[in-house]
Design a protein around this ligand. Structure first.
Ligand code: UT7
Length: 329
């Protein structure tokens, strides 16, 4: 079975910056508190009217152009998002049409911050079985569409943006690609990070709107504890069962939820911060967007080269978590 590798990354980053100082004028917070408690300095926010499919289409066009891949050669689009343009049709279908991918199927995958890594694993299965040669995996969110900008617990964390990865099979003589993964959910913690309104439980009506049920609600501390426990636990288990230790990892690419979560996880894994990719200061938490944005940062800064062992970790609503090991090819 061929291994699946990431052939390229394309991103879509909104131009508009929402800084901590802007937020100081909107809620009772301070730049100092946000930087000290989260590591975030600014986040990007779309202009009103810009949708997830706009960002996803741009990111996909970028990765197709940079890898010299024709849209008509794309077999599958898996779009990880919790902010689709609409409940239906799926955002993947909107992207398919807008890029002119004529021989392709696709669907959306909804598991919040764990979305991109779960979608990567789903896409990889189709490469490994030989069913497909070119799979687009998207992690994109317009979080500003579901954030209550009077709630200082959530509005300081999230930002908009994301990216697309092109998955292709490794060549026979090529060493690399996705090695292994561990993903895990714990639905008993679902209430700690949720958006209750607009589904079949609480269909949209005046009460759900007045009750702010169409915004993200979070028990930050509970999620924080789950994240700092689960990320290192899954990563260490994954490394161990593949015969590696943290010392073998060239780059650790964690979900960017909070710099304190990232540092605590790295610490528990004995991973020096020089080998950890951090860009939360620039973009905040873009939910499904953080990993493609992190990979783009790593590539632009020359921190990823062929042969590197890369470890990914995610955590988020569900509650959900995951880890993946990849040899960069
Ligand atoms: O990616 C999806 C998963 N989500 C996460 O991973 C988020 C995980 N959680 C977190 O990142 C953190 O829990 C938060 C950043 C959300 C909050 O940080 P914290 O250190 O857990 O703060 P806290 O909720 O314990 O609040 C500490 C204090 C409280 O004041 P008192 O009661 O000590 O007087 C809060 O009212 O800080 C206050 N506070 C704030 N102050 C200024 C809470 N939010 C703010 C704020 N600005 N934005």
């Amino acid at each position: 079975m061929p291994r699946a590798k990431i052939k390229g990354i394309g991103t879509s980053i909104p131009e508009k910056i929402l800084s901590n100082y802007d937020l100081e004028k909107m809620v009772d917070t301070s730049n100092q508190w946000i930087v000290e408690r989260t590591g975030i300095h600014q986040r990007r926010i779309v202009e009103p009217g810009t949708t997830t499919s706009d960002l996803a289409t741009e990111a996909t066009k970028n990765v197709l152009a940079s890898t010299g891949t024709a849209a008509t050669d794309v077999d599958l689009i898996v779009c990880a998002t919790i902010t689709p343009d609409m409940i239906l049709p799926a955002t993947a279908c909107l992207v398919q049409d807008r890029i002119g991918a004529k021989h392709c199927w696709g669907f959306d995958l909804s598991i919040a911050c764990s979305g991109f890594l779960y979608a990567l694993q789903v896409g990889a299965q189709f490469i490994e079985t030989g069913a497909h040669k070119n799979v687009i995996v998207l992690g994109v969110d317009v979080m500003s569409s579901i954030i209550d900008y009077t709630d200082r617990q959530t509005c300081i964390i999230f930002g908009d943006g994301g990216g697309a990865a092109l998955l292709t099979p490794c060549q026979e003589d090529e060493e690399g690609g996705i090695i292994d993964f561990i993903h895990e959910v714990d639905g008993s913690g679902g209430q700690y990070l949720c958006l209750p309104g607009g589904g079949s439980k609480y269909p949209a009506n005046h009460e759900t709107v007045d009750g702010k049920m169409h915004y993200i609600h979070q028990e930050g501390k509970v999620v924080f504890k789950y994240a700092t426990r689960k990320m290192p636990e899954l990563c260490l288990k994954l490394l161990q069962r593949n015969g590696y230790t943290s010392d073998d990892v060239s780059l650790f690419v964690p979900h960017q939820a909070n710099l304190r979560i990232i540092s605590a996880a790295a610490d528990r894994m004995n991973m020096p911060m020089e080998r950890v990719l951090v860009n939360i200061d620039e973009y905040g938490n873009t939910t499904a967007g953080t990993l493609p944005l992190a990979l783009d940062t790593a590539l632009r800064k020359g921190r990823l080269k062929k042969g590197d062992l890369v470890l990914f970790a995610v955590v988020g609503a569900g509650l959900s978590a995951g880890a993946m090991l990849m040899r960069w090819a």
